[in-house]
Design a protein around this ligand. Structure first.
Ligand code: ARG
Length: 572
């Protein structure tokens, strides 16, 4: 149980009695005391009474004696609450024996589809896919930990007109050569070579067109070549996921092509519902409220004028499948902000068709771009989009070098292990610790720094606590009494008991920078505590109590970083 909630539950009935209607006391952390509630100020006008009088009456009526050492009216009518050491210590004790660290499992678990990563076959994953993969995986981990049934949907771009030219290029190269190139992860040169021929060579273009028709017509020989492309790309993507420590597996590939059989029924149903309108030969839905800059209604093209289906049709079919067949009530789309309009249109159309109705809802978990040091879109020196694996390998190499330098005692294997955990952790944390709605600058120095809001700082804090226990050969006794003697201990305790509040907030907002900021505050509070409060040299029973605080900090750091998809090496 978190403190905001406990205090809210005590203040709410008192406010209700005073106001005559239910009132949210809006309890929050405060500089003045531990917590404050400003609700009396908002009530003053309605009740025609001075806010201080309201606050005073609330305090008279609220039962706070077992939680608070002080409860007073201050300023124009704030309620200031100081939590007692005993109450705070009691909450810490409860955490110490709680395997869930004060984060209750969801009371009403849902089926949640997390649509993320979604690279395109025979195309290199770029940094946009990095963000989708990292954010989506954190969402999947967090929601699964809360007890939701999570369906990871890697909506692979494995269908569409480019496959004509890709298959023809594969035929030209020869299967052996082509698979070799693709399995090496040389996806970009494969795609570019196909594209170049397509642009330059009319005969190749014609072959490609015929190939698309054969593919859509279900020609067996063509399908076999197409599968080859898909399999090689999937295999390659899995190596990236492995390096990146994400929980996606081959079972989670639900490519666009897997919805092919559902496209006809989707269009038929839209037609039956009277939602289709023809526009320039294409069958379109005009979702209500979706208008362009010129004020004209915007079409969502469901079937193109050539009879083919595109991206929007697949997404409509996917929604229908996810709510109708999988029974999902929360659909998350972890896709860059430029696709926001597309998803708004698709959601609106799906709602009209009755495929997305409460309690089911869809959320676009959008994100900005990763920028280079020059503040522009991240590009390689040759001006091309940055290859994701290259970036990850650089992170690991840099972190391994730093690990060797900082700790020459590490063995070769351990340095490699630490380098990987820190390098990959740093990349993910740099992403997750910034507000996903905004762009951020990729800055190697900063993200690998041992101080500041970085993965290495948090991983180091964790390993330092582990080393306390290792050095002394002791373990914390979870049932030891908690004694909060000084401000540094209290501050750490407040952070520890705040984990549940943060996780609940992120469950809703999927803004992981709040979790990152929390972990950073926790690690900083631990640092301050460890500087001021000796642990192993303290006398009993304080020593026991402090060991519990250390152990709990390590557990919360590990769990929090796990939710972000970041490893916690035992030593660094
Ligand atoms: N493959 C797409 C891309 O690379 C992302 C797909 C996102 N998911 C979806 N259901 N549309 O941009």
């Amino acid at each position: 149980m978190n403190l905001e909630k406990l205090l809210t539950d005590r203040l709410a009935p008192a406010f209700e009695t005073v106001a005559g209607v239910p009132v949210d006391p809006v309890v929050r952390r405060s500089q003045r005391a531990d917590f404050q509630s400003d609700a009396a100020l908002a009530l003053a006008r309605r009740l025609g009474r001075p806010p201080r009088a309201i606050a005073a009456e609330v305090l008279e009526r609220a039962e706070l004696a077992d939680l608070c050492a002080a409860a007073e009216v201050s300023g124009p009518g704030f309620v200031n609450l100081t939590v007692s050491d005993e109450a705070l210590g009691g909450l810490v004790s409860a955490l110490a024996t709680d395997p869930r660290l004060g984060v209750p499992a969801a009371a009403a678990p849902e089926t949640v589809v997390v649509d993320y990563s979604a690279p395109n076959v025979a195309k290199e994953m770029h940094v946009g896919h990095l963000r989708s993969t990292v954010i989506g995986d954190a969402a999947a981990r967090l929601l699964a930990w809360l007890g939701h049934r999570v369906v990871r949907a890697n909506h692979l771009g494995d269908w569409g007109t480019p496959f004509g030219m890709l298959i023809e290029h594969l035929v030209d190269l020869g299967e052996a050569e082509a698979t070799q190139e693709l399995s090496m992860g040389d996806l970009d040169s494969f795609y570019k070579a196909a594209r170049a021929k397509f642009d330059a060579d009319e005969v190749f273009r014609e072959r490609s067109r015929r190939r698309v028709v054969a593919l859509q017509g279900g020609d067996e020989a063509t399908l076999r070549l197409w599968r080859l492309l898909v399999e090689q790309s999937e295999r390659y993507f899995l190596t990236v996921y492995d390096l990146l420590d994400v929980t996606l597996t081959e079972r989670d590939f639900h490519g666009e092509s897997s919805y092919n059989d559902l496209l006809d029924p989707v269009v038929a149903e839209l037609d039956r519902l009277g939602l289709l309108r023809e526009s320039d030969g294409a069958a379109c839905v005009f979702p209500p409220g979706q208008v362009g800059r010129d004020g004209q209604p915007l079409p969502l093209i469901v079937r193109k004028s050539d009879g083919g289906y595109g991206y929007p049709a697949t997404d409509l079919a996917a929604i229908r499948h996810r709510t109708g067949t999988l029974g999902a009530t929360r659909l998350l789309y972890v896709v860059g902000l430029p696709q926001r309009r597309h998803f708004e249109m698709v959601y609106a159309a799906a709602a009209q068709a009755g495929w997305l109705v409460p309690p089911a809802r869809a959320e676009h978990v959008g994100f900005g771009s990763i920028l280079g040091p020059d503040g522009r879109m991240l590009r390689s020196r040759a001006g091309e989009s940055v290859k994701l694996v290259g970036l990850l390998e650089e992170a690991v190499a840099r972190a391994t070098a730093l690990a060797r330098e900082r700790n020459p005692g590490l063995g070769e294997a351990e340095a490699a292990e630490v380098g990987r955990a820190v390098g990959i952790g740093a990349v993910k944390y740099a992403d997750l610790s910034s507000d996903r709605h905004k762009d951020y600058v990729l800055d190697w120095e900063r993200m690998l720094a041992l101080d500041g809001n970085t993965a290495p700082y948090l991983q180091y804090a964790y390993s330092r606590i582990r080393s306390i226990f290792r050095r002394a050969g002791v373990a914390a006794r979870p049932d030891a009494g908690i004694i909060l003697a000084g401000p540094a201990e209290r501050a750490l305790a407040f952070e520890l008991v705040g984990f549940g509040t943060v996780v609940a907030e992120v469950e809703r907002s999927l803004e992981f920078h709040h979790l990152a900021a929390y972990l950073y505050r926790l690690a900083a509070a631990f640092s301050a505590f460890y500087e001021r409060c000796p642990v192993l040299r303290a006398d009993e029973p304080v020593r026991e109590s402090r060991l519990v605080l250390c152990e709990l900090t390590a557990r919360v750091l590990r769990q929090g970083l796990y939710l972000l998809g970041i490893r916690t090496p035992e030593r660094m």
